[in-house]
Design a binder for this molecule. Structure first.
Ligand code: PMP
Length: 343
C-alpha cells in the first residue's frame, strides 16, 4: 500500500479539495463560535450523538434510528467495509471514482472490481449489473455526483443495481448531491432495503468538523454500528453540526451560488483552446488539457493556483479537477490556465 498523501503546493487560490469557500453569513459564524466555546471539554462526547441525531432526522425526514454518524464519511467507508466484507470478498465500483473505496478495502484483504465508465464518464449500468451477478460483491459504492467526473446516476440506474442482488449492499455516496440541479435523492431504503445513502458536511462548508452520516434501514445501520468506535464523533463537531442541521435554510443559498458559478465557468472554459471541460453536477469541474499536463499544473502553481492533477492515473493523467470557488478565485484560475496554455 501507499499512504494517501497529497503534496500541498503553497497557493493563494486553493481549488484542489472540493471544499466550500468561506460562505457562511457572519451572524451564523458568530453563533457557531459561541456554541463551540460552550462545549465542556472535560467530558466525553455523547456516544449516541442524541441531539445531533434528532436534528439530522428532522432535516432528512427519517427516523433517528435510521442514522449512523462517522468522523467524516471516510470513516463510514471503513466501517461499512469492516462490517460487510470478509477477507477474500469483493467490492464493486465504476471507474474512475473516489479512490478511498479501494484504499479502505485493501487492509481488509478485500478486492476491488472496477467497471470502466464510457468516454463521457457515464457508468455502464448493464456491465455493473452483470458484474454484481458474476462477482457477488459485498458492497457497490456509487458516488452521485461522482468524484472526479461530476456525473450523476438516475434513480432507475441505482434501482437496477440494487435489484441485481439483494445480498449486495449498495452505498449511494451523496457527498456532492446538494450541488446537483435536482438536489439530493433523499431516503432510498424504503423502496430498496439494501441501499444506504451516505452524506457529509465536508463539501458544504464544514470540512474541518469531520462529519459524515449514513441513512439506511435500521438493521443495516445496527450492523455497521457494531464496528464504530464509541466516541468517533467529537463533542465540538456534534454541537456545531446540530446547529447546522437546524439552520440548513441559512446554509442552502450556497448551493445555487455554486451551481451558477459552475455553469459560468463551463461556458467560459468552453472557449479556451486546448481545454475540454466535462459537464458536472458537483462543486468541481473535470477538464482535460491538450498540453503537457505537468508543465500546465506547475504553471498554475507558479501563478498561485492549486488544482488537483491526477498524475499517472488511468484515463486521467491529462486531467485537472478544479473546485468551484468564489467568482474571484475562479477568474484567477481561468486567467492563469489561459496564460499557461498559451505559452
Ligand atoms: N465521498 C466522496 C465521493 C468524496 O469525494 C469525499 C471527499 N473527497 C468523501 C466521500 C469523504 O468525505 P469526508 O470524509 O470529508 O466526509
Amino acid at each position: 500500500m501507499k499512504p494517501y498523501h497529497v503534496q500541498p503546493h503553497p497557493a493563494e487560490v486553493i481549488l484542489d479539495a472540493n471544499e466550500s469557500y468561506d460562505a457562511l453569513p457572519a451572524a451564523l459564524k458568530e453563533r457557531f463560535a459561541r456554541i463551540m466555546a460552550a462545549v465542556p471539554l472535560n467530558r466525553y462526547p455523547d456516544m449516541r450523538a442524541a441531539r445531533l441525531r434528532e436534528a439530522t432526522a428532522a432535516k432528512e425526514g427519517c427516523e433517528a434510528a435510521e442514522l449512523l454518524f462517522g468522523n467524516g464519511s471516510d470513516e463510514l467507508i471503513v466501517a461499512l467495509t469492516a462490517a460487510y466484507c470478509d477477507p477474500g470478498t469483493k467490492i464493486l465500483v465504476p471507474t474512475p471514482t473516489f479512490t478511498m473505496y479501494r484504499q479502505n478495502a485493501l487492509p481488509f484483504g478485500v478486492e476491488t472490481v472496477g467497471v470502466p465508465t464510457d468516454d463521457g464518464w457515464r457508468p455502464d449500468v448493464a456491465a455493473m449489473v452483470a458484474a454484481i451477478e458474476r462477482e457477488a460483491p459485498k458492497i457497490v459504492f456509487l458516488a452521485t455526483p461522482n468524484n472526479p467526473t461530476g456525473t450523476l446516476l438516475a434513480v432507475d440506474e441505482i434501482a437496477a443495481m440494487a435489484e441485481a442482488s439483494r445480498d449486495t449492499l449498495v452505498v449511494v455516496d451523496e457527498a456532492y448531491a446538494d450541488f446537483a440541479d435536482d438536489g439530493p435523492l433523499g431516503k432510498l431504503h424504503d423502496r430498496w432495503p439494501n441501499v444506504v445513502v451516505m452524506k457529509t458536511l465536508s463539501k458544504i462548508g464544514f470540512a474541518a468538523l469531520r462529519l459524515g452520516y449514513l441513512i439506511g434501514e435500521e438493521t443495516i445501520v445496527d450492523e455497521v454500528d457494531k464496528v464504530r468506535q464509541p466516541f468517533n464523533v467529537n463533542a465540538v463537531t456534534q454541537a456545531v453540526a446540530t446547529e447546522a442541521m437546524a439552520r440548513w435554510k441559512e446554509i442552502a443559498p450556497l448551493f445555487a451560488e455554486v451551481r451558477s458559478e459552475r455553469e459560468r465557468m463551463i461556458g467560459a472554459l468552453a472557449g479556451v483552446r486546448r481545454v475540454t471541460v466535462f459537464p458536472s453536477q458537483a462543486n468541481f469541474l473535470l477538464m482535460r488539457v491538450d498540453a503537457d499536463a505537468e508543465a500546465a499544473f506547475m504553471g498554475l502553481v507558479k501563478a498561485g493556483v492549486r488544482v488537483r492533477w491526477f498524475a499517472g492515473t488511468d484515463r486521467l493523467g491529462d486531467c485537472f479537477r478544479v473546485t468551484v470557488g468564489t467568482a474571484e478565485e475562479n477568474d484567477a484560475f481561468m486567467h492563469a490556465l489561459q496564460t499557461v496554455l498559451a505559452t
